[in-house]
Design a protein around this ligand. Sequence first.
Ligand code: ADP
Ligand code: MG
Length: 169
Amino acid sequence: MRLRSASSADTRAIAAALAGVLAPGDVVVLAGDLGAGKTTFVQGAAPALGSDDVVTSPTFAIVQEYAAGEGPGATRIAHVDAYRLQRVQELHDIGFDELLDGSTIVFVEWGDRVASVLPDDVLTVTFAIDFDAAPDARLLTVAWSGDTWRKRANALERTLAPFTGTGDA
Ligand code: ADP
Ligand code: MG
């Protein structure tokens, strides 16, 4: 699906909506150039998942974890940035495998670079800056793979339909 965002607020709103179809164990790959909006996306998704934690770029930490909610509905959120990784092995060193144990919703900026260590089931959001439109315009392409997403494809489509945009450009 191709979505349009006209502002960082739009990108956060798209992420908040998409959060509604996410469940622990999901891996969301965020791809696209520096400044395209990957971190902004997590800043929209995390509060929608019930987190009060401040979301910043984990570029230097490589992984940050956020708490989301309490009680039975609680989930954990991991926010990974693969930008500075020299080798995929570094992800294992920081305990990435444990993040894939099914308890956590994992967002991976530059996840397209570490596809070899990701599960088969991933949701990928690719951000492109739309230079032909406004400086704040972004094109988001949402794609999924795997059985868990096949089952949710309709729900995903319904959720994102309001953001597909029609009309000009
Ligand atoms: P990335 O993590 O992809 O490097 P960030 O989310 O950190 O990107 O930064 C995106 C920058 O672009 C922020 O300064 C944000 O305010 C700005 N911006 C402008 N328009 C948008 C948009 N439509 N979506 C997301 N960010 C936008
Ligand atoms: Mg970032």
